[in-house]
Design a binder for this molecule. Structure first.
Ligand code: FAQ
Length: 314
């Protein structure tokens, strides 16, 4: 049981801006919330390789193929830092992955949409990585040391991802009428789904207040979404792309762009497993996990033999 004194001292550390490290005392609920958010983030990075991986063999040039390969590989790396970070909270990677593949653990709604043309790859870089950076720059200031440090590194890489997506989209938007149409069509399909990545409105977000009190999140879902929209309006305009929202209006008083209603029914349907690609994504991940069993076994055996050898040698 967490005592009131322990909770008070813990809150004091958070309010002083100290980082909490794995061996420090923490409330059980703080540990549980971190496991939830960090593992959801890790699963998202891994499943997020699928929509883009779909286009590696069909990239339009060798240069684009190399960039996309590097990007997808970076996402795998992010998943690995995040699983390692989550393991510092006393859970095993295997349990986390199995909870996601055969249980109830969530991953980001955004990866349950299909990538229909190469313009979708440009838009994932620009919008999806762009949204991820806004969210994860905030998480880089998180109170939990390992999560904060993982996000610092992730954001550096995501920043390259966003730039390559924006550069490709700018080229397409300045290309032939067919390319311009492809670029606009991809933005039209991904815009609302990207706004949903930030999670429900603050009034419908059961976790936000607690996460903010404990410094895991330092901004709310709506604050981050607004920051993202304000940036994207300028970036879209600069390359001649229209955002598919007739209600986008600049409010002189607040200095922010107001936007239309987000289709929340669609969001909750995707979160509950009924999005366009949910079943296909989970099937692909289960197949990879089950077919990789022998690799995990071989790695474990190698580590066991190496440990025995090292013990003998010392
Ligand atoms: N999708 O109370 P809140 C990336 C759930 S990585 C699915 O507001 P919270 C890199 C939420 O879990 C993208 N479920 O929750 C990349 C909760 O359910 P629960 C992933 C969602 O935690 C780029 C319920 O709704 N990033 O893109 C979503 O305070 C390109 C109520 O919500 C992270 O995971 C959603 N969008 O805020 C890779 C960052 N939103 O668990 C490849 C870490 C909400 O109570 C290519 N996570 N839910 O049953 C976070 O920042 C937060 O967890 C939020 C949600 C903001 C996602």
């Amino acid at each position: 049981m967490d005592t009131p004194e322990q909770l008070e001292q813990f809150q004091q550390r958070i309010d002083n801006g100290e980082k909490i490290e794995p061996k420090d005392w923490m409330p059980e609920r703080y540990r549980k919330q971190l496991i939830r958010i960090m593992s959801q983030h890790a699963h998202s990075e891994i499943v997020g390789m699928l929509p883009e991986g779909n286009w590696i063999t069909r990239a339009p040039s060798l240069k684009r193929k190399m960039v996309l390969l590097a990007k997808v590989q970076d996402e795998a790396g992010h998943g690995l830092y995040l699983y390692s970070g989550t393991e510092t909270l006393g859970v095993t990677r295997q349990d986390l992955i199995e909870d996601y593949l055969y249980g109830n653990a969530k991953y980001s709604s955004i990866f349950n949409y299909p990538t229909l043309t190469y313009a979708d790859i440009c838009v994932i870089g620009w919008l999806v990585d762009g949204a991820a950076i806004v969210n994860q720059t905030m998480l880089a200031k998180s109170s939990y040391g390992p999560y904060s440090r993982a996000n610092v590194r992730i954001c550096k890489e995501e920043s390259f991802h966003k730039k390559q997506g924006y550069e490709m989209l700018a080229k397409m938007a300045d290309g032939t009428p067919e390319q311009q149409k492809m670029a606009q069509d991809a933005v039209n399909r991904w815009w609302w789904a990207t706004l949903m990545m930030f999670g429900p409105h603050d009034t419908d977000s059961p976790n936000s207040a607690e996460l903010i009190k404990w410094g895991v999140k330092t901004k709310t879902n709506d604050e981050l979404r607004q920051h993202f929209v304000d940036r994207m309006v300028m970036e879209a305009e600069a390359i001649g792309i229209e955002l598919p929202d007739p209600d986008l209006t600049y409010n002189e008083e607040t200095g922010h762009w107001e936007f239309g209603d987000i289709p929340w029914d669609e969001f909750w349907s995707v979160v509950k497993g009924d999005g366009p690609m949910n079943r296909e994504r989970i099937k692909a991940r289960r197949k990879a996990y089950e077919e990789g069993e022998w690799v995990r076994e071989a790695a474990k055996e190698y580590a066991r033999k190496k440990r025995l050898q090292d013990e003998k040698a010392s």
